[in-house]
Ligand binder design. Structure first.
Ligand SMILES: *Cc1c(COP(=O)(O)O)cnc(C)c1O
Length: 400
C-alpha cells in the first residue's frame, strides 16, 4: 500500500481491553452498515444503532439517559440548545390552526418563538399570567394544544403551581410543557407534579460551567409524538463534544446545586436586612409571594437565583455593578461563579418601560445567579457592591 493511502482509510480503533472510567467522544458523522438489509432495519427503526449523527449519536444517548433518569421521565432527547429543545417540543405538538397558551413572563426568546414565529405558521399564542389560575383555565377552555410555563420566572422568580396547572391542562385536554431551566432536576422534577413535557437549557445550571450550549426535552410516553424525528428534520440536533462536556458537568450537579442554594439563601437573607436593597425576591424567603408553593414543590432547596431592587434606578444599579466588581456582570446564569444580570439593559431591553414596570422590573433591578464559592466570599462580594450605595444620603435615610 502506498503511504498516502493510509491517510484516507477509515480508522477502526479496536475496543479497549479494559473498561475506561470515562466515556469516549464519538464525533463520527456516519456509521458503517453491514448490508442493505442492515441499513434498512437501522433506518426503519427495527434495529437499534446509529447511521447518521443528526439522527442521533452515542454521546447524546448517554446524556439523554442520565437526564431521563434525573427527571424520572419515560423519554428524553438532547438538542443543540435550550431554544432548540423548546422548538422541538412545540413543533412536535402543533400544526396549522392550533393554539398554545403561554405564561406572559417567559424567557425572551421563548416568548418570541411562541408569539412571533408560531403565528407565521398559523399557530396562535395566547399569553396569560401563569399565577392567575382563573385566567389559565379560561384560556385553556377555548382550545389549545399546549400550556407553557416556567417553573421559576425571570427575573422576579415567581414560582408556578405546576400541580394546579397540570389539573387545569388535563381537564381541558391540553398538554402541560414546563421550562425548568431556573430550577433543574436537583430542585424540581415537574413530571412528578403532573407536567407532560419538560424542557431545560442544559447551557445553564445542568452543565454549570458556561462552556456548552445544549438543551433537553423529556416527557411522558403518551405526550411524546416522534420528537426525535422533529429534532432531526428541523436540524435541532446536538454536537457529540458538547454532550460529552455536559455529561462531565452533570457529575457535580447535586454538589453544585447544594452549595449554590445555600449561598442564595444566605445572600437573600443578607439583602433582606440591608438598607440599600429593597424588594428582595427569593422563593426560600417567607416574604416571597409563592413561598408556600415553592416549599410544596421544592422541599428544602429553593434555587440558585436571587433578585432585588436598588432604589434610584439604572444609575444606582451601575454604581453597584461597578463596586461589586468581583461578581461578573454576565447576562446568563448557572455558572460555577456567582454572576449578576441587569434585566433592563439585557434580558428585558426589548420591552417598553411600561411593559417592564408592569412586570415589576425597574432600572434598579439586579438578578444574581449564585455560584459555588464559599458563603463568606459571596456575601463579602455583594456587600462590597452595596457599600458604595449605603454612603449615599438618599439611600441611608430610607431605612428599612
Ligand atoms: C437560557 C434559557 C433558555 C434558552 O436556552 P439556550 O440554551 O440559551 O438556547 C430557555 N429558557 C430559559 C428559562 C433560559 O434561561
Amino acid at each position: 500500500m502506498e503511504p498516502d493511502d493510509l491517510c484516507p482509510r477509515p480508522e477502526f480503533a479496536p475496543p479497549p481491553r479494559t473498561q475506561p472510567m470515562v466515556p469516549g467522544i464519538h464525533p463520527a458523522v456516519v456509521y458503517r452498515c453491514e448490508s442493505p438489509g442492515h441499513a434498512d432495519r437501522l433506518l426503519g427503526g427495527e434495529e437499534e444503532g446509529h447511521v447518521y449523527a443528526r439522527d442521533g449519536h452515542p454521546n447524546a444517548d448517554w446524556l439523554a439517559e442520565k437526564c431521563r433518569l434525573l427527571h424520572r421521565a419515560d423519554r428524553a432527547a438532547i438538542c443543540g440548545s435550550g431554544m432548540a429543545a423548546l422548538t422541538a417540543a412545540v413543533l412536535s405538538h402543533v400544526g396549522q390552526g392550533d393554539a398554545v397558551v403561554a405564561a406572559d413572563a417567559l424567557y425572551g426568546r421563548s416568548a418570541q418563538l411562541l408569539s412571533k414565529e408560531l403565528p407565521r405558521f398559523g399557530v396562535a399564542c395566547k399569553t396569560i399570567d401563569a399565577c392567575d389560575l382563573d385566567a389559565v383555565s379560561k384560556a385553556c377552555a377555548s382550545g389549545a394544544k399546549l400550556l407553557i410555563a416556567e417553573t421559576i420566572s425571570n427575573p422576579l422568580l415567581r414560582v408556578a403551581d405546576v400541580r394546579a396547572l397540570a389539573e387545569i391542562a388535563t381537564s381541558h385536554g391540553v398538554r402541560l410543557l414546563i421550562d425548568n431551566t431556573f430550577a433543574g432536576p436537583a430542585v424540581f422534577r415537574p413530571l412528578e407534579f403532573g407536567a407532560d413535557l419538560v424542557v431545560e437549557s442544559i447551557t445553564k445550571i445542568m452543565n454549570g460551567h458556561s462552556d456548552v450550549v445544549l438543551g433537553l426535552v423529556c416527557g411522558r410516553d403518551e405526550a411524546w409524538p416522534d420528537v426525535e424525528q422533529t429534532i432531526s428534520t428541523w436540524g435541532l440536533s446536538s454536537s457529540p463534544f458538547d454532550c460529552w462536556l455536559a455529561q462531565r458537568g452533570l457529575g457535580t450537579l447535586a454538589l453544585r446545586v447544594d452549595r449554590a442554594n445555600a449561598n442564595a439563601l444566605a445572600a437573600a437573607r443578607m439583602l433582606e436586612t440591608h438598607p440599600a436593597a429593597s424588594s428582595v425576591r427569593y422563593p426560600g424567603l417567607e416574604s416571597h409571594p409563592d413561598h408556600a408553593v415553592a416549599k410544596r414543590q421544592f422541599g428544602e432547596r429553593f434555587g440558585t437565583m436571587v433578585a432585588f431592587d436598588l432604589p434610584g434606578g439604572t444609575e444606582v444599579a451601575a454604581a453597584f455593578i461597578a463596586a461589586a466588581g468581583r461578581i461578573a456582570f454576565a447576562p446568563s446564569l448557572g455558572d460555577l461563579s456567582t454572576t449578576l444580570s441587569h434585566p433592563e439593559s439585557t434580558s428585558h431591553r426589548g420591552l417598553t418601560p411600561q411593559q417592564r414596570a408592569s412586570l415589576g422590573i425597574s432600572g434598579g433591578t439586579i438578578r444574581l445567579s449564585m455560584g459555588i464559592e464559599s458563603e463568606a466570599a459571596v456575601l463579602e462580594a455583594v456587600a462590597e457592591g452595596l457599600s458604595v450605595l449605603n454612603s449615599r444620603p438618599e439611600n441611608s435615610q430610607r431605612g428599612k
